[in-house]
Design a protein around this ligand. Structure first.
Ligand code: SF4
Ligand code: MG
Length: 335
């Protein structure tokens, strides 16, 4: 696989009245050409901030502290806002959870798609219109030509998300970053949108970074999954590694909280107890330690490094670390 994007040691903080919120702490992430990578974690785990850092769309008081964001060999962390605007329009697109906030309510959907096309491609109005209709057909909006004249509020949530995908694809991006694209939608629409993204990925060979709090969403569409917690990557592996071979307590907790069609949902769902850490003063050791049933003394003082379980499958947990002390479980020794 050839590498499209490589994030090295990314650290991003927000400098607030309460102190420095360390939202992303030393994240390494690779996305290959044509690959769909799922980034999964509870809200506040640093997924969206990682995406916003890649695109350099962080709002004040957010700031990239250190790290590289190597895209096609150049470091985006060093690019000016002007250069980034070019990259954002042409190379990397993004879609969000709520398309209503990204669409202009006063302009017809057709005009909005055409505007984006004309902004980035040397096409005249007529050609842009044709292309817009094509795109709407591609994202399976019925009566595409007629619907060009409709305003965003005249579309359902699912149809609006299709419009956003059409706009995002209008520049034929090499990378599409989708942040909770189906979270606001009902289950049926959600699976239709995911299927659509999967098909389009096949057609355009676009790489996709799919951000979600829901592990259930990523299984079908992703080839690789990155699990984040407390601003760090807890585990990374293939879908099979994460679903069937994970030994990481946080990933296992997430898996238990995923609704599964083959199980009675009520009896099955088991949310992870406790709340994510305060990232102003993150725990010194493993960020999951305060919630982890397996936490040992060392977990509260020292953050473990990633251990490779096999190629492509890494996990940040003392339980898997060869230097881990074997017998100092907090719950046993220290009453
Ligand atoms: Fe739990 Fe320790 Fe592993 Fe963190 S390092 S997940 S606290 S066992
Ligand atoms: Mg988010």
């Amino acid at each position: 696989d050839s590498i499209l994007l490589k994030v090295n040691h990314l650290q991003t903080s927000f400098f607030t009245h309460f102190g420095e919120v360390k939202a992303v702490r030393d994240v390494d992430l690779t996305i290959n050409k044509g690959e769909v990578v799922g980034v999964v974690g509870e809200s506040g785990s640093g997924k969206s901030v990682t995406a916003m850092s890649i695109l350099k769309l962080l709002q004040h008081p957010g700031k990239i502290i250190s790290g590289n964001i190597i895209y096609k060999g150049q470091d985006l962390a060093q690019r000016s806002e002007k250069e980034m605007r070019k990259i954002r329009g042409n190379e990397i697109s993004m879609i969000f959870q709520d398309p209503m906030t990204s669409l202009n309510p006063l302009i017809t959907v057709g005009e909005q798609i055409m505007e984006t096309i004309i902004e980035h491609q040397p096409l005249n109005k007529k050609q842009a219109k044709e292309k817009a209709i094509n795109l709407l057909n591609m994202v399976k909006i019925p009566d595409a030509e007629k619907r060009m004249k409709d305003y965003p509020f005249e579309f359902s949530g699912g149809m609006r998300q299709r419009v956003m995908i059409a706009i995002a694809l209008s520049c034929e991006p090499d990378l599409l970053i989708a942040d909770e694209p189906t979270t606001a939608l009902d289950v049926t629409t959600q699976s239709q949108i995911l299927k659509l993204m999967k098909n389009l990925k096949g057609e355009f060979n676009t790489s996709i970074m799919l951000i979600t709090h829901d592990l259930g969403v990523v299984a079908d569409i992703c080839s690789r999954i990155v699990v984040m917690y407390g601003g760090m990557i807890m585990e990374e592996g293939s879908v099979e590694d994460i679903f069937y071979r994970s030994k990481h307590p946080y990933t296992l907790g997430l898996l238990k909280s995923v609704p599964r069609p083959d199980m009675d949902q009520q009896s099955r769902l088991e949310p992870i107890k406790g709340t994510p850490p305060n990232l102003v003063n993150p725990p010194e050791g493993c960020p999951f330690a305060p919630r982890c049933d397996y936490a040992m003394k060392i977990c509260t003082t020292t953050c473990p490094e990633h251990t490779y379980i096999q190629e492509g499958h890494r996990s940040m947990c003392w339980l898997l670390h060869e230097e881990a002390p074997k017998s100092d479980f907090l719950s046993e020794g220290d009453e």
